[in-house]
Design a protein around this ligand. Sequence first.
Ligand SMILES: *[C@@H]1O[C@H](CO)[C@@H](O)[C@H](O)[C@H]1NC(C)=O
Ligand SMILES: *[C@@H]1O[C@H](CO)[C@@H](O)[C@H](O)[C@H]1NC(C)=O
Ligand SMILES: *[C@@H]1O[C@H](CO)[C@@H](O)[C@H](O)[C@H]1NC(C)=O
Ligand SMILES: *[C@@H]1O[C@H](CO)[C@@H](O)[C@H](O)[C@H]1NC(C)=O
Length: 261
Amino acid sequence: MLGFSYLMGSALVLASVVSSTSILLPLYEWPTDNTTWAPVYEAAVVHPEIQFQVIVNPDSGPGDTQYPESEYVSAVAQLNTYSNVQVLGYIPTEYATRDISDVESDISTYSGWAKYKKQNITVDGIFFDEAPNTNDTSKISYMTEISKFARADNLTTIVFNPGTKLDDGSVNGYFDAADLIVEFENSYDTWITCVPADEFSAPDDYSKDAVLLYSAPLEANYDEVLQEAKQMGLGAAYLTNTDDYKNADSISKVASAMQLW
Ligand SMILES: *[C@@H]1O[C@H](CO)[C@@H](O)[C@H](O)[C@H]1NC(C)=O
Ligand SMILES: *[C@@H]1O[C@H](CO)[C@@H](O)[C@H](O)[C@H]1NC(C)=O
Ligand SMILES: *[C@@H]1O[C@H](CO)[C@@H](O)[C@H](O)[C@H]1NC(C)=O
Ligand SMILES: *[C@@H]1O[C@H](CO)[C@@H](O)[C@H](O)[C@H]1NC(C)=O
């Protein structure tokens, strides 16, 4: 009996860890000073049980220099002080048409941030934007290659953002290569009129699926969206009031709503 309830207990703990929904925050605003990203720091402190995956993006990628500018360094180092925050570097793939050596060079730049001595600007993973969703084997191979390249460079969390549902015949290939795939990036208005189950490939993969909604006014019903995302067991979610992720004004609202369910 004792053994049985012990096992039940572990299974429950495991299930709640696996099904938790994190916040995937595209943070594309330049940190002019240490107040710019303060709403993100505060949300991380107020909600220690929520996992934040924060996408940093100095210049539509890591930029041309070995390390980012000093204010960027300070802001990333501040993110790294929170154990519930993971930092992901933004890299576009232009739907797998970008020269793969340029993508790999960007990966190496982010990976190299771990060598910066004065502050900890280690990056934990990569957010590949403009990811393909088609079933061409060449595109699946491209994404698989850059994912392996990043993982070999200690960038262990890999996110693909096709922003739309994966084509039949590509689902296993892309999900094998990524930890998380954004199968729905669209406006809030589009989300509330869609049938969410039609927008993601397969329930088996929901825990590795993410939803990003833009143009969600701060008065919109964030609670309902996040309740649905959590009930589906999606891996990550975020809503922004902007259409370009150039502020983090909605982060406290997203985190509070995420906490509710
Ligand atoms: C933020 O900037 C102010 C003014 O430059 C400074 O006094 C403060 O220590 C900084 N805070 C952090 C957390 O770096
Ligand atoms: C730097 O930050 C990363 C990510 O938060 C963390 O895993 C690592 O332990 C930190 N390294 C040091 C030397 O503190
Ligand atoms: C990966 O991390 C380990 C441990 O911190 C380090 O020794 C190694 O050099 C890193 N590899 C790369 C490619 O950065
Ligand atoms: C590949 O995707 C196209 C477009 O959605 C679809 O018509 C085709 O059936 C898919 N091929 C396979 C092998 O699933």
